[in-house]
Design a protein around this ligand. Sequence first.
Ligand code: ITT
Length: 196
Amino acid sequence: MKVLVATRNAGKLAELRRMLADGPVEVVGLADVPEFPDAPETGATFAENALAKARDAATAIGLPSVADDSGLAVDALNGMPGVLSARWAGRHGDDEANLKLLLGQLADVPDERMGAAFVCAAALVVPGGLETVVHGEWTGRIVREPRGSGGFGYDPIFVPDGEQRTSAELSPQEKDAASHRGRALRALIPHLRDLT
Ligand code: ITT
């Protein structure tokens, strides 16, 4: 059974492919299927956006589709950037500008209020059929100096609970084992197995 992983984010795609590599389905990426328009992400929640992306892909391509909507929720910013994480600095997917803007906003926030969590909603939509959404969360804190070259996005400034390293300093396996995306994907595997 082929499943389309509907993301245009290269960092995410690498992680999702890795996590699904030994799973019950064959993973197909957007590069492997005809192009279709990228609908704007207008939902108020991660779940709504993940479902919308998976539905668009399933409708356009006719394959069961998985999509992830994720982001960083910072306590001192009342959960922002949240669903706006990818375009926090105004331009979609400019990881460096997003991270710099966030650090600037947190400059005067004391260390004890630098708590944050990565959040992921992953949706599976079968064309004309089943829709499933699962969630994963990874709690930690923000550090003021970016460190590490792994991962993507806000990884260089996020230190998971119980760690001294940022998530950009973890090995890919360590990140997958603990991350918001890893948790969500593990919850999705039984639903993918049901497709086969
Ligand atoms: P698709 O919608 O095509 O999947 P996107 O980058 O637009 O790609 P999102 O709207 O879900 O995806 O935005 C996710 C953003 O949240 C991403 O650009 C990062 O800035 C941040 N993010 C999510 N997961 C992350 C992770 O594991 N490590 C670092 N940053 C992450």
